[in-house]
Design a protein around this ligand. Sequence first.
Ligand SMILES: C[S@@+](CC[C@H](N)C(=O)[O-])C[C@H]1O[C@@H](n2cnc3c(N)ncnc32)[C@H](O)[C@@H]1O
Length: 292
Amino acid sequence: MSESGRDHTARATLPPVRRAPRLAAGRARALGLPTRGTTNANRLRRVDRWLLATQVPRLRDAARPLVVDLGYGASAVTTLELVDRLAPVVPGLEVVGLEIDPSRVAAVAADRDPPRVDFRLGGFELAGLRPVLVRALNVLRQYDEDSAARAWDTMRGALAPGGLLVEGTCDEWGRRASWVALDEGGPLTLTFAARVSDLQRPSDLAERLPKALIHHNVPGQPVYEFLRAFDAAWASAAGLSTFGPRQRWAAAVQALADDGWPLVGSTRRAKHGEVTVRWAAVAPDRSSAAAG
Ligand SMILES: C[S@@+](CC[C@H](N)C(=O)[O-])C[C@H]1O[C@@H](n2cnc3c(N)ncnc32)[C@H](O)[C@@H]1O
């Protein structure tokens, strides 16, 4: 299915929250609004690769390794792929795909195989579930920034103790992606992942920034300065292009670390075309000078 170029034109806006949403089992209203259901096989492979590399201990340590895939879209394909990738390494894994559009829940009824994988109606309240991990990819970009911030809070509040929310965006084919990892206390990290051979420069990834950052990629804002530093490191590493673009990316990531950017994770992740930076280094600066 092809994603239209209108990704940023039609915005979903949540009504202001006047009181805490009711979450009583079976009676809660699903929080959110149906949006386009674009998805594709293998679109979320980069975030899944990162989940496999970094989140398996969290799932294995959980009394109930429950994962929610929020907003799986017009088909079950990316949820089923998540199950296939995690189940071999997480005993007792349960994955629940939630959709706010009832017709999309009905459409995947034949793919239900609980408790291994199930599909239900639900929104940001997570349908009363208490998952250890939530993957919400390509959902919030279709909301306005305030609604997306409230959605973060609602989902964080529904996590199991020690749980993690992974919220982000990628292109139609999953070649350019970024996501934020949040726990109950707030955002922790921002990760970029790309097919590096397709990039002119790292800041090409700005087009796929998560909702919380996309409007803050302007001079003076931390995420802009991070991408500018990454571009400079990439330019300095041009000599490594002969060894392939991933070697060049890895060298640029090392240069960022050497310059004091607080990167997280092993250098091996860089060789996959990834970089993870602490949220505090890229979070929007809302002081009046920076906001302009
Ligand atoms: C663009 S699709 C993304 C599909 C898949 N996650 C992917 O990345 O390929 C977004 C889906 O999120 C759903 N959605 C939007 N808001 C939601 C919410 N609050 N709760 C659950 N699903 C939601 C929409 O109905 C739509 O099917």
